[in-house]
Design a protein around this ligand. Structure first.
Ligand SMILES: CC(=O)N[C@H]1[C@@H](OP(=O)(O)OP(=O)(O)OC[C@H]2O[C@@H](n3ccc(=O)[nH]c3=O)[C@H](O)[C@@H]2O)O[C@H](CO)[C@@H](O)[C@@H]1O
Ligand SMILES: C=C(OP(=O)(O)O)C(=O)O
Length: 438
């Protein structure tokens, strides 16, 4: 079994470069489906498991995808298939983002139902409401969702009940080829939405207002391949900012965009962390003593849920009581149990976690319950007594490029190992002991 083993106690120093954003590149790759001519070149693409998965989905749809040196070239000019099977959607829910582009371009999309996941049930009703408002017929059955339109989608006014990132993206990528004007109200305002809009406009679309609550799209007849550079990953940046703060370290997080990280910067500064814009990034220095803060996760520009667990690790080291309230996902406190195994003093009260610090964290065997939780456990391990062993690394690999290598370069005592060769004989011994006793 693969594990990250980290021994606490090292102060992290140096610089680390943030990659292109996972949550920006996935909808951008899905949107390349819209180009009926030309090749798209997408730059600063991170080498993440999720990127390989979405590439596989596109290839399955009969699209030519080449991924080399952090660049992807997509040629979607051939005849497209219209189905994304469960094997891809199960690996990564964002596979569902191909529905809008397929429906717009081919008039039919059949995507396996994403199902629940560790952080919540994650319905897709707002995506479907948008497609239906544009004239599509949506049917659910046999584990698939099918959306279909005879002729072209029609522009519509769509009010989202919640500013869902995925629904905003799926509706935008359907509306760009619709007949007439689409207005999305209560749209998500995340930087990743702006990144997608810029790509769509480069492909020949007319999207205005991305980054605000109202996005207006004038449909066009055809889109073509374009060149686009993905924005830096604000969640990866935030994770290394916490690494600096928790180890009393001093890290230059290169390529981080302060404007995208305001809610995190504000909270970390409240805790006593020094953050300065420097060159092409942010310089973060951890203080000797951290102050407690209260955090409520919210859609952008509120505090991002994807940095909630990393901040929990940091708050375990703050002197006093902090409260984190999770309002975006109904079940995103799975890491609390794991932090408790490391001596964390945390109580869950409904949608809030009450964190009492500072505690001396203790190394333990813990499980990454989702990708951010996995990163947060490694962060806690950086300051725990002794060795922390983090398993279920497939989650971390979805969202972090070379997490262990980057932390090692900053001075962490960390390694990634495959303990199968040691563990298996022991398991086998146990098995044969059991069968001997039976
Ligand atoms: C690939 C990607 O970009 N993932 C991000 C995206 O996920 P994702 O796009 O799935 O997140 P959403 O913004 O859609 O979901 C937010 C909340 O809205 C609910 N909801 C969503 C759609 C819907 O039709 N109905 C509904 O009820 C969800 O269950 C959840 O409780 O935004 C999340 C919120 O910032 C981030 O945590 C994820 O990292
Ligand atoms: C929850 C996340 O991603 P996804 O929506 O792809 O599960 C995340 O990036 O933290």
């Amino acid at each position: 079994m693969e594990k990250i083993i980290v021994r606490g106690g090292r102060r992290l120093e140096g610089s680390v470069r943030v990659e292109g954003a996972k949550n920006a590149v996935l909808p951008v790759i899905a949107a390349s489906i819209l180009a009926s001519s030309g090749t798209s070149t997408i730059k600063d693409v991170p080498t993440l498991a999720d990127v390989y998965t979405i590439n596989e989905v596109l290839r399955y749809l009969n699209i030519d995808v080449k991924f080399e040196n952090n660049q992807i070239k997509v040629d979607a000019s051939g005849e497209l298939k219209t189905e994304a099977p469960f094997e891809y959607v199960r690996k990564m829910r964002a596979s569902f983002l191909v529905m809008g582009p397929l429906l717009a371009r081919v008039g039919l999309a059949r995507i396996a139902l994403p199902g629940g996941c560790a952080i919540g049930s994650r319905p897709i009703d707002q995506h479907l409401k948008g497609f239906e408002a544009m004239g599509a017929t949506v049917k659910i059955g046999n584990g698939f969702i099918e959306a279909r339109i005879d002729g072209r989608l029609q522009g519509a006014k769509i009010y989202l009940d919640f500013p869902s990132v995925g629904a905003t993206e799926n509706i935008m990528t359907a509306a760009v080829l619709a007949k007439g004007t689409t207005i999305i109200e209560n749209a998500a305002k995340e930087p990743e939405i702006v990144c997608l809009a810029n790509y769509l406009n480069a492909m020949g679309a007319t999207v205005v207002g991305a980054g605000t609550g109202t996005i207006r799209i004038e449909g066009v007849d055809e889109l073509y391949g374009a060149e686009h550079t993905v924005i830096p990953d604000r969640i990866e940046a935030g994770t290394y900012m916490v690494a600096a703060a928790i180890t009393e370290g001093d890290i230059l997080v290169e390529n981080a965009i302060a404007e995208h990280l305001r809610p995190l910067i504000a909270k970390m500064e409240e805790m006593g962390v020094s953050i300065r814009e420097e060159g092409n990034g942010l310089r973060v220095r951890g203080p000797k003593e951290l102050k407690p803060v209260d955090i409520k996760t919210m859609p952008h520009p509120g505090f991002p849920t994807d940095l909630q667990s990393q901040m929990m690790a940091l708050l375990l080291r703050a002197k006093g009581t902090s409260v984190i309230t999770e309002t975006v996902f109904e079940n995103r406190f799975m890491h609390v149990e794991e932090f408790r195994r490391m001596n964390g003093d945390i109580k869950i009260e409904g949608r809030s976690s009450v964190i009492n610090g500072p505690v001396q964290l203790q190394g333990a065997e813990v499980q990454a319950t989702d990708l951010r939780a996995g990163a947060a456990l490694v962060l806690a391990g950086l300051v725990a007594d002794g060795y922390t062993r983090v398993t279920e690394l497939k989650h971390i690999d979805r969202g972090y490029v070379d997490f262990t290598g980057k932390l090692l370069a900053l001075g962490a005592d960390i390694e990634r190992v495959n303990e199968a060769s040691e563990a298996e004989p022991e398991e086998q011994q146990e098995q044969s002991l059991k069968s001997n006793l039976a």
